[in-house]
Design a protein. Structure first.
Length: 210
């Protein structure tokens, strides 16, 4: 049986990266019993973020009330990430970006069969390499490394293509009352919120396939 997994996420959400790893473990555990198709949909944690982004320390201090609280939350994500093989290097990240263009690149990658690779590349660039994934050149480099044509990525970023997808995704999120990410929709019927354990995904897969 085919399983369709729609993932609503933002590429600057550490728990979305953790959720991706746990979803991958669950799919691997199926051992090919089902054909699982994963599709990524945009969610903006910061819809009012300036185009150029904000210095991360300034943004996180404002959001969480203090830099100390932000570092506590970072430490938790780092510890959990290690258990999933993710080496978060949040100290390298200087700027919290606007993610609209990253989501547009993910949309374009879907049309070229390399969406998952681009999502993985963006997570890695932001969380382990400290890149500013609001920067056009960084986005193009990540996309090209993941298999997307460099010129196609550049042309898309210099147009308005994909902006309607951002709007449509907002409607999807409201439909499912998504107020946090990651959020998973399995066979358009079963929903899971948060970076669930692989076993939870497997239970949902079983329910969806009966």
């Amino acid at each position: 049986m085919n399983l369709a997994v729609d993932v609503i996420s933002d590429v600057i959400c550490p728990w979305c990266y953790i959720g991706k790893r746990r979803l991958e473990k669950a799919i691997a555990a199926l051992d090919g019993q089902h054909d699982v198709r994963v599709h990524w949909h945009p969610f903006q944690l910061n819809p009012t973020m300036p185009k150029e982004g904000i210095i991360r320390k300034e943004y996180r201090t404002r959001k969480f009330g203090s830099w100390e609280r932000s570092m506590e939350l970072d430490a938790k994500a780092i510890a959990v990430g290690e258990t999933e093989g993710i080496l978060f290097a949040l100290d390298k990240t200087e700027r919290t970006p606007n993610t609209v263009d990253a989501h547009r690149i993910i949309w374009l990658a879907d049309q070229h069969g390399c969406q998952d690779a681009v999502v993985e590349g963006l997570f890695r660039a932001y969380f382990t390499e400290g890149q500013d994934i609001g920067n056009y050149q960084a986005l193009i480099d990540v996309a090209a490394e993941a298999g997307l044509d460099r010129q196609a990525a550049e042309e898309m970023l210099n147009s308005e293509d994909g902006m309607d997808v951002i709007a449509q995704a907002g409607k999807r999120s409201r439909q499912h009352q998504v107020d946090g990410v990651p959020f998973f929709i399995i066979n358009n019927a079963i929903t899971l919120s948060g970076a669930q354990a692989p076993e939870t995904f497997l239970d949902a897969f079983k329910q969806a396939s009966t």
